[in-house]
Design a protein around this ligand. Structure first.
Ligand code: AMP
Ligand code: ZN
Length: 453
């Protein structure tokens, strides 16, 4: 089945044809680890995880090389470390660990490569050398800069006019740039800031250069797919293109993908606006990772998605319905996902349409007369779920699943013991306590099972 992806560079959907079907390369700009990730930050990692899964299915697990970096040196990290009076590495290690936990909870697969910016400083300096050698970069007291004038096509990804690119490009402390839209490749360290020694003085890399260098070392000069949030188109990806292509003399990426914003009350969720909900807090409040993932996939990745309590409730109810259908079928072998489901995903990752196909399967399971038919359909539902990272739990565990599982297990066991001892008053008291928690107890010959109402 042909995969079509919307390419930001050409502004249209294009059939995906890898340069080499035995080696598909994909890069997603990863998190800057200085704080808890908000649910908007998680959106690109979840939607492009679906793409990763789809590519693995189409070309084979080993053929797909997916790199998602960790930005572990950056102005915001330094500011946070100074404020907390801690080494910057203490901050980045802490939040990189939180990020890994968040991703695991959201059923996001580990990428093939997770390069850290601080592990690729040599590759960054090599790129600067190339750019200085071909006259595209120059040294100033505050750092080394890329000269935007060296790239005749600068601005082609965002489609901005040169005047727009120049407007607002002033950055504090960069007064010695030749042109306001020139951007830093290397920033001279100020007193007290972390630094690396280099031929360009003690300093640290610019953010855009980090990705260009990590892409080149992990995947090569030209990759198939480069992706990230919509806010990265300009200046981040524009600058990655300018420096990589000027240094390497080869296109950086063959397809550019960008996800739309997660919003709250129609405003972009962002740390600077302060309207954020962190993945960490959502999980701590008892929402399951799969519910968050379902909510994120309920809209098309390029469309905006408004984060509301209602969205979460719907996601939970939808998963309950799908797990309910699975529970009514006997455990099934994985089967082929339905063609309509695959078609939806192949059409620029249309997850809302794909999810609708999951409901169709659930309805068919519930309506089918034979156990064989139910099991066959459940196998298809399972396989479809795998492809978008949903329905990864066992139905019984899903309906139990909660922070107080162990307590409920204990109450149920006490009630079984009370009944055995014919202490019916105690058994009734325990049943009432379980009712109050919304737990349904199912008594059977083998003991008692339970699920949440
Ligand atoms: P950061 O950790 O700030 O570098 O951001 C990580 C990723 O989250 C980037 O790909 C951003 O484009 C993306 N992102 C940030 N805010 C949002 C949002 N509100 N909705 C969707 N994606 C976002
Ligand atoms: Zn990047």
């Amino acid at each position: 089945m042909d995969l079509h992806l919307h390419d930001t560079m050409t502004r249209r959907k294009r059939r995906f044809e890898p340069a080499d079907p035995n080696r598909i390369t994909m890069y997603v700009c990863g998190p800057t680890v200085y704080n808890y990730a908000h649910i908007g930050n998680a959106r690109p990692f979840v939607v492009f995880d679906v793409l990763f899964r789809l590519l693995r299915r189409a070309y084979g697990d080993d053929a797909v090389r997916y790199a998602r970096n960790i930005t572990d040196i950056d102005d915001r990290i330094i500011a946070k470390a100074q404020e907390a009076r801690e080494p910057f590495t203490a901050i980045t290690e802490r939040y990189a660990a939180v990020f890994r936990e968040d991703m695991a909870a959201l059923n996001v697969l580990t990428p093939s490569f997770e390069p850290h910016a601080t592990g690729a400083i040599d590759a960054m300096l090599d790129l600067i050398d190339l750019l200085v050698a071909n006259g595209a970069a120059y040294r100033a007291a505050s750092g080394v800069y890329f000269s935007v004038a060296a790239d005749a096509d600068y601005g082609r990804l965002s489609g901005r006019a040169q005047e727009d690119l120049r407007a607002g490009a002033r950055v504090e402390g960069e007064d010695d740039k030749r042109d306001p839209s020139d951007f830093a490749l290397w920033k001279t360290a100020k007193p007290g800031e972390p630094f690396w020694n280099s031929p360009y003085g003690q300093g640290r890399p610019g953010w855009h250069l980090e990705c260009s260098a990590m892409i080149k070392s992990a995947l090569g000069e030209t990759i198939d797919i480069h992706a990230g949030g919509h806010d990265l188109i300009f200046p981040h990806h524009e600058n990655e293109i300018a420096q990589s292509e000027t240094a390497n003399g080869a296109p950086l990426a063959r397809y550019w993908l960008h996800n739309g914003f997660l919003t709250m009350a129609s405003e972009k969720m962002s740390k600077s606006l302060g309207n954020i909900v962190t993945v960490h807090d959502l999980l701590a409040a008892g929402h399951r990772g799969e519910t968050l993932r379902f909510a994120l996939l309920s809209a098309h990745y390029r469309a905006p998605l408004d984060w509301t309590d209602q969205l979460l409730e719907q996601a939970k109810a939808s998963l309950d319905r799908l797990y309910g259908a699975l529970q009514r079928a006997t455990a099934a072998e994985r089967a082929e996902p339905p063609a309509a489901f695959l078609e939806a995903l192949s059409d620029d990752l249309n997850t809302p349409r794909a999810v609708a196909e999951l409901f169709t399967l659930a309805t068919q399971i519930n309506a089918s007369d034979t156990a064989e038919e139910k099991a066959r359909l459940a196998g298809a539902l399972r396989a479809a779920g795998d492809l978008i990272g949903l329905l990864q739990a066992e139905p019984d565990a899903w309906f139990k699943g909660g922070a107080d599982d162990a307590e409920i297990d204990a109450l149920v066991a006490q009630r079984v013991a009370a009944r055995k001892a014919k202490d019916f008053a105690e058994a009734d008291r325990l049943r009432a306590a379980l009712d109050a928690r919304g737990v349904i107890v199912m008594d059977g010959p083998e003991g008692s099972a339970w699920r949440r109402a």
